[in-house]
Design a protein around this ligand. Sequence first.
Ligand SMILES: Nc1ncnc2c1ncn2[C@@H]1O[C@H](COP(=O)(O)OP(=O)(O)OP(=O)(O)O)[C@@H](O)[C@H]1O
Ligand SMILES: [Mg+2]
Length: 401
Amino acid sequence: MQDEVLLKVEHLCQYFGPTKAVDDVSFEVKRGEVFGLVGESGCGKTTTGRSIIKLYDITGGNVYFRGRRICAGTKSYKDAIVEARKRYADACKDKELSPDEVAKIKAETQAEIADQKLQMKKAIADQKNGDKIYAKELCQQVKDEYEAKIAAANNQEELQAIKAEYAVALRKAKKQKFITRIQMIYQDPIASLDPRMTVEEIIAEGLRIQGEKDKKVIREKVYNVLEMVGLVKEHATRFPHEFSGGQRQRIGVARSVIMGPEMIIADEPVSALDVSIQAQVINLLNELREKMGLTILFIAHDLSVVKYFSDRIGVMYYGKMVELAPSDELFLNPMHPYTKSLLSAVPLPDPQYEKKRQRIEYKPLEAHDYSEDKPTFREVKPGHFVMCNQAEYDKIIMELK
Ligand SMILES: Nc1ncnc2c1ncn2[C@@H]1O[C@H](COP(=O)(O)OP(=O)(O)OP(=O)(O)O)[C@@H](O)[C@H]1O
Ligand SMILES: [Mg+2]
């Protein structure tokens, strides 16, 4: 596996009014990796995925894809401005300070606020314009390519053909969106497929939006991906309700794959399926990963599904990432009590173990004392991160020795 960081999620916050669905979550996904994101229902997994593909204007934090900022929230800048104003207000009230000192603090505050506002403006611009900038760059590439071809044309006929091709390529380049490099497979295969559209229409929709008009090209691509996901071209004219749950999820996979993404966010793609079918869909994703060099963010609510499939796993609890480690490491040395509780729910094909297996319940108020010493996300050994406070951190380090 290469070490290129393909996706970087930094202090991501997505609030819905008072609900902090995702609260200060950070992680990186490397190119070619399968990153598993697990946690119980409502902990913010889907919201994390939807935030990454820009279905929301995120509340705070940043998301980078291929080193380019694609999402940027304004919370940290707003917080910093409030903080700076408060510092100045406190200074004004402070009788110990001389007028000169207060004036100095005022100047510093103004500079700080101006700086934060500037950064906030950049964040808003990145959130809004990322796709436009990408399309512009692609257009420039197309221009460079075709101007060279035009210059090298041998005769009038060739020139006309090149110019026609150029127009099509440019029209398509203008419609490209950077964010389509990431595709999402949705949690609910029934609700996410329009019942009035045929399989071909569903799968080809993204291509059409990107400006593909050539029916032959579309059909060929649809047949091709149908085969890739283990369906057949005869399925193209049918409607979603004519398929089984597993087949529907394959349609969902085909719809994502046809866009030629670099990364797929698979949101509980197998939770709604029979256990026997789950393995098939996971195998399919694994095959595609190898064939297409895909990077996958795989969302699931229990650890048994992600265990063999993920290179690294992040565990979420109530909007927070509480533990992150390579898969083997997480199963061997879980450190956060919530992870331990999740693991205790995973059955193993070992009768001895199963006899002794006891479910551990996670009770946050009993497990931690966060009244004074607050928790942060800390690296306790290389690549293994745990949400813990200083006292818990010291204890973990002690035990590791
Ligand atoms: N559009 C929205 N408006 C308001 N609240 C939302 C919205 N979307 C999600 N939430 C809330 O945010 C929290 C996280 O929801 P999310 O769907 O991300 O959880 P999840 O981990 O995907 O759960 P599940 O395993 O059940 O799919 C929940 O409390 C949910 O009610
Ligand atoms: Mg969900």
